[in-house]
Design a protein around this ligand. Structure first.
Ligand code: GDP
Length: 262
């Protein structure tokens, strides 16, 4: 039955609209409320209206909840929605997470010896949990050890009732690996909303980046709208990613939508 394709990834635009309609998360909602109040009193305001968009994901607090090291091992028991981040080693995940939460060394926890093969959980603003999945496919280890990533990641993805979606990172300059494809197939099988974030786009021109995004979309049978172009060096894509994460957080749990007959 399963086509084996990444059939049910989140559509970036659709997810964002959904979040807007629901008032988004507490974080975005609070910010929106402030902006609204400001707009009402605009006549009296001395400052010219700002053209800068409010941060879709202002960070007020970050808390490391702990690591999950084995399928049967510890995992958090909170009820907050979770958004996971995955990608092969060196794809730029730590740099992206640092940029997303605007902390220089946020993802250092996941890089400390002994932690790199664990799943690390962080509460953001006390409203949702960012799940940092271990980087897979590290080229310099044996094939057997390279394959070790799968049971833990799959166990987590299939077993977390709080998971709302995943952001899968791909290096803009590289073709997806077998591991990347396995990951996408697994996500399609689970029905997990998936966004693709292509990293290190500062290494290519705008035109070349657009060309690569189009090629990747075709290659992976995705809508180009589902792909966010990102660079930790220039900050490109941070707001778009933050918006998409906020949208995923406020989405209904996947698999819980009522079945539509006919
Ligand atoms: P991780 O292993 O996936 O966590 O990747 P890191 O964030 O540690 O990045 C791996 C390497 O890629 C490091 O040398 C980073 O400096 C580099 N890197 C990460 N993001 C970017 C980016 O957006 N642009 C460029 N040019 N290099 C990046």
């Amino acid at each position: 039955m399963s086509s084996g394709r990444p059939a049910r990834p989140a559509k970036k635009g659709t997810a964002a609209k959904g979040a807007g309609a629901k008032g988004a998360t507490a974080g975005a909602g609070a910010k929106g409320a402030t902006a609204g109040a400001g707009a009402k009193g605009a006549e009296k305001s001395r400052k010219p209206p700002s053209t800068a968009k409010p941060d879709p994901l202002p960070i007020r607090s970050l808390e490391f909840l702990g690591p999950m090291a084995t399928i049967d091992g510890w995992r958090p028991t909170h009820e907050m929605p979770e958004v996971a981040f995955a990608g092969r080693s060196n794809v730029g995940k730590s740099s992206l997470l640092n940029a997303l939460v605007r902390r220089k060394a946020f993802a250092r926890v996941s890089k400390t010896p002994g932690r790199t093969r664990e799943i690390n959980f962080f509460a953001v603003n006390g409203t949702f949990v960012l799940t940092d999945l271990p980087g897979y496919g590290y080229a310099k280890i044996s094939k057997e050890r390279q394959a070790e990533w799968r049971p833990l990641i799959e166990g987590y993805l299939r077993g977390s009732g709080n998971l709302r979606g995943i952001v899968l990172l791909l290096d803009i300059r590289r073709d997806p690996t077998d591991d990347d494809r396995q990951m996408l197939d697994m996500l399609a099988d689970i029905g997990c909303p998936t966004l693709i974030c292509v990293t290190k786009t500062d290494k290519l021109s705008k035109g070349a980046t657009a060309g690569r995004v189009a090629a990747l979309a075709k290659n992976l049978e995705l809508d180009p709208e589902q792909i966010i172009a990102f660079s930790a060096v220039t900050g490109v894509g941070r707001e778009e990613l933050a918006e998409a994460v906020v949208a995923l957080v406020s989405a209904v749990p996947f698999g819980s939508e009522p079945e539509v007959d006919g």
